[in-house]
Design a protein around this ligand. Structure first.
Ligand code: PGA
Length: 265
């Protein structure tokens, strides 16, 4: 596991985007797991610039969202369908292949069947090569809330009270925050061949410390990263403030002559 300290949100976003672009260049038909929320916005903005500049071709790449609210219409501004269009897919004309863009269908008539289809679609695409993740203040990854199975697959979950409160900032009326979501499971995420986690800000410090230095436990679903063989965890100084192990900064890390070989290990 490679934990890298970055100065701030901007450095985290730029670095993450450059790692993703390098992975796409290395494998143009890459299968990506993609997050929503506040944390990845800077990374998407950098990707948009890169894609607009034509620096990398993403037409063969596949994108699978980690999760989606249940019962929120796709057109609703806070749905993750709308989020992805607003921040990435509609930002660069003709960059993406529509059939390769997947978001769980939280409005399916048969939600159970939709969960199974989503899991099957990831498998049919060849499995995720790289899954990007934020971390919740309560230690969740995707919408795998504390107490979940660490082997779970795509399923419908009830959101933790803390998550509903955290996400209320995005809704005009906090009472309308959905209570359920369809999410990749921790088992689905662990099957990805590589993970990149992002954490920024003091509000994430306790969750980051629990994920990296606490026990592997369902109390902190993000602690599954300790069991994954290929992880890069980008943590800004504020989010790293609860860690006792000192991790290298990006400058320190990349000055190591073997840096390339350690990344994702
Ligand atoms: P945030 O959410 O990026 O909006 O803080 C992260 C998460 O809940 O996984």
């Amino acid at each position: 596991m490679r934990v890298i300290r970055v100065a701030d949100y901007q450095e985290m976003s730029d670095l993450c985007a450059s790692l993703v672009v390098a992975q796409i260049k290395a494998k143009p038909d890459i299968v990506l797991g993609v997050p929503t929320g506040g944390t990845p916005l800077g990374m998407y903005a950098r990707l948009v610039e890169t894609f607009r500049a034509g620096e990398v071709d993403v037409r063969r790449a596949s994108f699978f969202n980690l999760d989606e609210y249940v019962g929120l219409p796709h057109e609703h501004a806070q749905s993750y369908h709308a989020y992805m269009r607003r921040h990435l897919y509609d930002q660069v004309e003709d960059a993406f292949t529509p059939e390769n863009l997947h978001v769980p269908d939280g409005n399916a008539g048969d939600l159970q069947k939709a969960c199974e289809s989503y899991e099957a679609a990831i498998r049919a695409a060849g499995g995720m090569d790289l899954c990007m993740l934020g971390i919740g203040a309560n230690g969740h990854v995707a919408f795998n809330e504390p107490g979940c199975s660490l082997a779970s697959r795509v399923r419908v979950v009830r959101l933790a009270e803390r998550t509903v409160l955290d996400n209320a900032r995005f809704f005009a009326d906090p009472a309308t925050v959905p209570r359920h979501a369809m999410t990749m499971g921790t088992g689905t995420i662990r099957d990805a061949r590589a993970l990149i986690l992002l954490a920024s800000g003091e509000g994430k410090a306790a969750a980051v410390a629990a994920a990296l230095e606490g026990p592997v436990t369902s109390r902190c679903p993000a602690s599954i990263v300790q069991l994954h063989p290929r992880v890069v965890f980008l943590v800004d100084e504020a989010a790293a403030s609860g860690l006792t192990v000192r991790h290298p900064s990006w400058e320190e890390y990349r000055s190591d002559p073997h840096a390339e070989t350690f990344l994702f290990q």
